[in-house]
Each structure stands twice: as C-alpha cells, then as structure tokens.
Design a protein around this ligand. Structure first.
Ligand SMILES: [Zn+2]
Length: 376
C-alpha cells in the first residue's frame, strides 16, 4: 500500500480540506500527504478522513443490554451494588470476555479503530479486557483499570499491580476518602474520572465535602481527564480554567438515556481542554462514534469540533494511528458519495461527512492493514 489517493481529504489537527489528496505510506507510517492534482486524476476514494476512536466506553456492560432501561443512573451504575455490578458478579468471566470481544467487533463495524475502556474489577478486570481484545484483529484497546478496594491500607499495593497491566486508572467517582484519592493521584498512572454526571450526586458531594465533583477531582486527584460534566456551574468552569486537566470527555447520548441532563457544548467548546466524545455505557449505547458526534453537533458543537472530538483529538491524547505525517496511518475512506457544492468550507464538509458516512461505502486503514466497515 504505497499510496492512497482521494478526491478530498480532511487533514491535520484542524481537519483542513485538501483536494486531489495523495497519501504516501511506508511500513504503515504516513510519509507525506499533499495536494497533487496532476498525480491524482483517478482517485482511489471520494473522501479520506482520520480514523475514529471511542475514548470512553464500558465494554463489559454490553453483556446486559438495556437491563437498566427505566431505572435511575445511580441504581444502574453506582458501585458496589448498582445493577451492573451485581450482574457482573453473577456473570462467568468467559461470558464477560466473549461479550467484550463482541462489543469491539461491533465498534469495528462502525469504522472505529479502538476504544478506551473503563474496566471494572481491578487487575483481573483489565486482564479480561486485554484477553478479549487479543481475539479481535486490528483494534487499539486501552484499558483503564480501577482499584477494587477503596481502603488506604491496601490501595497502594493494588495500584502497583494495576500499573503492571495498564498505564491508566479509570475511576467511577470521587466519593472516596481523601487519602485514597491522594494515593491514586500519587500512583504515577494517568487518571480519568467520572465527574458532575448526575445533579443529585453533585449535590451529595457538595453536602458531604463542600465541593462539586469537578472541584474534588482537581483538588485531590490531579486527573488527566474528566468524563461527563453534564452539570457545569460557574465554579466548575473557574476550577477547570486554573487546572492542569488536559481532557474532557462528553457522552451526551448516555446522559440523555439516563435523564440526567446534557452537557452544555456552548460552554465546553470555549474551555482550553481537549474535548472528546465517548459513547459511555455499552448497556445503553452502541459504540458508534459518528452517532455521538452528530448528536453533539445538533446540541451546539460545530461540525468540525464534533468530528475532531472522535478523530484527531483522541489521536493526539492517546497517540493513535491517524492521518498525519510521521504517525501510524489510520484513516477512513468513504466512497459512493457526492461532495457538497462548497468543498473549501470546512464546516460544510465536516457536516456532510458526519452524515454521509451512513450511506457511503466505508473502508478502514490502519498501518498496512485495511478492511471494509459498514459505517455509521
Ligand atoms: Zn462512564
């Protein structure tokens, strides 16, 4: 696969449209991308864009599809005895593993090249996820593990064991003792945590600790990424502006499913953090990054930001294959679609691509491998 050509490519950090695009790939790595009208007379594809990635999922919940329908978020997901945790304890490991592999295969059908997975069940849970991902070709699987016992006496030891199997901690909430959160902060692992997802749990945090969940996370965990921010008060915005948080992952469809509100994209898009979009809970949402991006676009996120939030922005956070010189090649090719009348306007093109992926013929490229997907 020395070159891939397209009538139009969305390239670089800002998804800049380039017509007659030629991408040279050597040993799976992008050597150059350029506009080459003379060389690209009969292009391979209509559109080429960076490959999508799902930066926040709970893959194991796929085994219990819609088990929580009509129930509150707290009843379904709150550890240790929320519905999903009870179901997980009752489910044999091999069934969970098979279900995670099935979830990853479905993500691939949507053209998704990988996921960052909040894996429950400590070290064992991470191992189950890794083993499931081994059975699925060409998927980038990033497990984010969590300690099983929020006890200051044992948490450090468990974090050391976690560090042997993953670079990441994925915490369900900040309603843990200060010293446990501080031990997690000091573990050296990259920390992602749910925060301000549910108004009632933000209220409990304010009553119990005198801070919002966002403030408590920033103060005691110093996380790399915060997930949800469905509730976003002025004090949260102030805390975020003066924090070292790099990443926010919004999951608007999952929030709507549970009726906890929706992220305020008009505020989120102005914050300095990198904004990603994840599909969240496999029990409730299918791992389709494009569907999440369309949903966010129609709620205030410009089309290019929505498309970036599932492609180039997660690629830069997690160092994923993408459509960028010097990086491992990771792209989605769309065929059988018309281009809009205004091909130089990025927002028009990104809006079109977000929808056209539904009816296009889709091909995925990762490194030297390529396969067909059904699209979104
Ligand atoms: Zn989540």
């Amino acid at each position: 696969m020395p070159t891939v050509t397209a009538r139009l490519a969305l390239m670089g950090e800002k998804l800049t449209p380039v017509e007659h695009a030629l991408v040279e790939v050597k040993e799976g790595v992008v050597k150059r991308i350029e506009e080459a009208p003379d060389a690209v007379r009969d292009p391979d594809h209509d559109v080429l864009l960076p490959a999508p990635f799902d930066p926040h999922v709970h893959s194991a919940d796929w085994a219990f599809r819609h088990a929580g329908l009509g129930k509150t978020l707290r009843d379904v997901v709150a550890p240790p005895d929320g519905l999903k945790h009870r179901l997980m304890r009752e489910t044999p490991e091999r069934e969970l593993e098979a279900s995670i592999a099935s979830f990853l295969r479905v993500a691939k059908r949507f053209g998704c090249i990988g996921v960052a997975d909040f894996r429950e069940g400590g070290v064992k849970g991470v191992r189950i996820g890794l083993s499931a991902a081994d059975a699925v070709e060409n998927i980038t699987y990033i497990p984010m593990g969590r300690p099983t016992r929020p006890d200051p006496e044992v948490v450090e030891e468990e974090l050391k064991l976690l560090a042997d199997v993953t670079e990441y901690v994925g915490l369900p909430d900040v309603h843990l003792p200060d010293d446990v959160l501080e031990a997690i902060r000091d573990s050296g692992l990259r920390i992602y945590v749910h925060a301000n997802e549910d108004p009632s749990s933000v209220k409990r945090c304010l009553n119990g600790y005198g801070t919002t969940e966002v403030e408590r996370a920033i103060e005691l965990l110093d996380p790399e990424g915060l997930i949800h921010l469905t509730v976003l008060t002025e004090r949260d915005v102030d805390a975020l502006l003066s924090s070292d948080v790099d990443v926010i992952v919004a999951c608007p469809r999952s929030n709507s499913y549970f009726g906890v509100g929706e992220p305020d994209f008009n505020t989120l898009k102005r914050l300095p953090q990198r904004l990603l979009l994840g599909t969240d809970n496999g029990m409730t949402m299918e791992p389709d990054p494009f569907e999440e991006a369309r949903y966010a676009w129609l709620r205030g996120l410009p089309p290019s930001r929505a498309l970036r939030a599932i492609t180039v922005d997660p690629a830069s956070v997690f160092r994923l294959p993408t459509l960028e010189g010097g990086e491992l090649f990771g792209a989605l090719a769309l065929d059988g679609i018309d281009l809009p009348w205004e091909t130089e306007r990025r927002e028009v093109l990104c809006a079109h691509v977000l929808q056209a992926v539904k009816w296009a013929d889709v091909r995925v490229y990762v490194g030297d491998s390529t396969w067909r997907a059904t699209g979104s």
